[in-house]
Design a protein. Structure first.
Length: 127
């Protein structure tokens, strides 16, 4: 079983009915993979609008990774990577510790942050 991590760009893609992302989500569900959404990424895109029905549907197949449990590590990662973007750091920390695949719209920043995590690196798929 693999763990697939989605960043805010991937969530926006699902919301916009990106066929490739929907196919990846279906494939993960069929394979029994865990699809993980860091809570900071969810907070960045969720507005509770009726226009987000597709995103709400996708989230039913996802586990939400809590920010709270990782807050100290996220802050420390920001310091190591020289960034202040806690959302990207949260995604990178989840992907770098649990993820096998990371769907992201910001591959460059994720590579830099994942290098600072210093653990295994997931396969990055740009969306």
């Amino acid at each position: 079983m693999s763990v697939v991590v989605l960043d805010s760009g991937a969530l926006i893609g699902l919301e916009r009915n990106d066929r490739g992302l929907w196919a990846a989500l279906r494939l993960a569900a069929t394979a029994g993979d865990e699809v993980c959404v860091p809570s900071a990424a969810l907070a960045q895109v969720w507005r509770g609008s009726v226009r987000q029905v597709l995103l709400a549907r996708a989230l039913r197949h996802c586990a939400i990774a809590s920010f709270d449990a990782l807050a100290y590590g996220i802050g420390a990662l920001c310091a190591r990577a020289g960034t202040s973007d806690i959302c990207d750091a949260h995604v990178a920390l989840v992907a770098g510790t649990r993820g096998d695949i990371l769907y992201t719209s910001d591959a460059g920043d994720m590579r830099r942050l994942l290098a600072a995590v210093g653990r295994r690196r997931p396969v990055i798929i740009r969306c």
